[in-house]
Structure formats: structure tokens, C-alpha cells
Design a protein around this ligand. Structure first.
Ligand code: C2E
Ligand code: CA
Ligand code: CA
Ligand code: CA
Length: 277
């Protein structure tokens, strides 16, 4: 039990780099984010390439840190996932999305909202019960909610993921496989997954105009999805070429900065009520 025996000494080494100190602070600050009301949802439209209407949006969480300002989700979601805080965060996001859905329904806007679900959430024993309970309390039809689950989180533990996603699908939720093409799922797994749509990762979409390999990958993914009865969302559309190209190859939905950045509800609502032609 002495401090200088074995590995314990490492804990007291002063050459701990600044990044780990910052990380520790961030872990603690993150615990305050929900009680201090520092999270906000932004929403990014998914344009339907058949109707050219926006009927679907993705909820993306934003954290305004009291001193550091806006911290991008890629910098705190992985921390939340490693420290057990993703459970509370996802639940906060889910309830906030349902509340926004209610607000839009009051304005006669029938919008489907996507919520990102982490691999860790799929392992919680009462996640399904929580979600169903909130749906009843908020009185939202499950057809208005999409659950986005990354391809890699399904690969983690395919058996139980398939089972849980099946329960969500039976309840009436729309299920989407996020970041498709980056998670090494097999076609055998894909065939078994109870999902409605594939969301092609933005790394294949961003350079479509210049990269012929990406064009081949995206075309075959769209065909594969359609042959399995799935719809396709492409994310990361940053130019007109990609948008027209995807429409030509019968991709159903397009999401990206070229169409709209993620916006706060107050910014997006007028846009939804009065869509640009
Ligand atoms: P994601 O689920 O793949 O979300 C798409 C990300 O791509 C978003 O970044 C979005 O702003 C960005 N994006 C959209 N269009 C474009 C484009 O045209 N070009 C480029 N370069 N990027 C585009 P964001 O909001 O920074 O979120 C990053 C990631 O953080 C998300 O990736 C998701 O994995 C995670 N995340 C965000 N919100 C939540 C949440 O509420 N819960 C969980 N579990 N994860 C979340
Ligand atoms: Ca997503
Ligand atoms: Ca994605
Ligand atoms: Ca991603």
C-alpha cells in the first residue's frame, strides 16, 4: 500500500500531460451539463429527393461549455460513452426530441426526427422500457421517430442488437444504420438486421465528383440497399454535383451542408413552414 510501489506511482507523476488534465475537467464538467441546462438540440434536414420536401430531420446535440464555449459532439460524445454518461445524455436528447416533435405537430408540421443511439445504450437493461414510457407520456406516434444506430455498434454484439432493434421496429420506430460502410458489418448481418434504411457515411459522399471509386461504392450500396428493400440516406452532401448525382441514382434522402447546416429549432421552423423553392 505504499505510494512508490508498482504502478500506483504513475498516478502521482507530475508529467501528466495537459490533455489528460483537460480531459478530467471535461469529464467533470460534462456531469453538470444536464443539471445546468447546457445542452441544446440542433436539427439538420434530410431532403427527400423524390418529393423535394423536408419531412425528416436529424437531432444533433450541442454543448455550450460555461468557459470553453461550444464543444463539438465528436469531442464529448466519446467521453460520455466511456464514463457512463451517455445513458443520461441519450435520454435527455430523446425527451428533447419528443418535445420538439410536439411543438412541430402543433404547427401542423409532420416531421420525423432522428435520434442518435450509442452502442452503450443498446446494452442498458431498461433502455427499451424508458423509450416506450416516454413515447406514452409525450403521446408521439413512433412513426415520427427514427433511431440511428451506427453500423459499428451493431457489429459489437450483433445477436442482442438484432433482438433489441427488432423490438423497436415492432413498436413502430423507423430504424436507420448510420455511418454505413465504415463499420465492417457482413452482408449476412445486414440481411438479419431489422432496419428500414442505410445511411451512407459522409466519407464516401464528400468527394463524389472527383473520386470514381466512391461513385462505384455508392452506386453499389444504393443497389444493395434497394435489393434488400431498404431506403438510402446519403450524408455529407457539400455540392450540387453530389446532390444531382444521388438523385440520378435513386437515393431517397440527402443530408448535408449544401442543403442546410444543422440549425436550432427557432431557426429551422420558419424554413420548414415556408420551404425555399
Ligand atoms: P453523425 O451521426 O454521423 O452526424 C452527422 C454529422 O455530420 C454531424 O456532425 C453533422 O453536422 C455533420 N455534417 C452534416 N452535413 C455535413 C456536410 O455536408 N459536411 C460535413 N463535413 N459534415 C456534415 P456533428 O453534429 O458535429 O456530430 C458529430 C457526431 O457526434 C455525430 O455523427 C454523432 O456520431 C455524434 N452525435 C451528435 N449528436 C449526438 C447525440 O445526440 N447522441 C449521440 N449518441 N451522438 C451524437
Ligand atoms: Ca447520425
Ligand atoms: Ca453518420
Ligand atoms: Ca459519424
Amino acid at each position: 500500500h505504499t505510494r512508490n510501489s508498482g504502478s500506483l506511482i504513475q498516478v502521482y507523476q507530475p508529467n501528466l500531460d495537459i490533455n489528460s488534465v483537460e480531459r478530467l475537467n471535461l469529464i467533470n464538467d460534462l456531469r453538470q451539463a444536464i443539471p445546468c441546462n447546457q445542452f441544446e438540440l440542433h436539427f439538420q434536414p434530410k431532403l427527400c429527393l423524390y418529393s423535394l420536401k423536408v419531412t425528416h430531420v436529424e437531432a444533433l446535440v450541442r454543448w455550450t461549455h460555461p468557459t470553453l464555449g461550444m464543444i463539438p459532439p465528436d469531442n464529448f460524445i466519446p467521453i460520455a460513452e466511456k464514463t457512463g454518461q451517455i445513458e443520461g445524455l441519450t435520454r435527455w436528447v430523446f425527451v428533447a426530441a419528443l418535445m420538439q416533435c410536439t411543438e412541430w405537430n402543433k404547427l401542423a408540421l409532420d416531421i420525423n426526427i432522428s435520434v442518435n443511439i450509442s452502442a452503450e445504450n443498446l446494452k442498458e437493461s431498461d433502455f427499451y422500457e424508458f423509450v416506450c414510457q416516454m413515447m406514452t407520456i409525450q403521446n408521439i406516434k413512433p412513426q415520427q421517430i427514427t433511431l440511428e444506430v451506427t453500423e459499428s455498434s451493431v457489429v459489437d454484439d450483433p445477436k442482442s442488437a438484432i433482438k433489441l432493434l427488432g423490438k423497436f421496429k415492432d413498436y413502430g420506430f423507423r430504424i436507420s444504420i448510420d455511418d454505413y460502410g465504415t463499420g465492417y458489418s457482413s452482408l449476412a448481418q445486414l440481411k438479419q438486421l431489422p432496419v428500414h434504411e442505410l445511411k451512407i457515411d459522409k466519407s464516401f459522399i464528400q468527394r463524389l465528383e472527383r473520386d470514381l471509386d466512391d461513385q462505384i461504392i455508392v452506386r453499389s450500396t444504393i443497389d444493395l440497399a434497394h435489393n434488400m428493400g431498404l431506403k438510402v440516406v446519403a450524408e455529407g452532401i457539400e455540392d450540387e454535383f453530389s446532390l444531382l448525382w444521388l438523385a440520378q441514382y435513386n437515393c431517397e434522402f440527402a443530408q448535408g451542408y449544401f442543403i442546410s447546416r444543422p440549425k436550432s429549432a427557432s431557426e429551422l421552423t420558419p424554413w420548414l413552414l415556408n420551404p425555399p423553392k
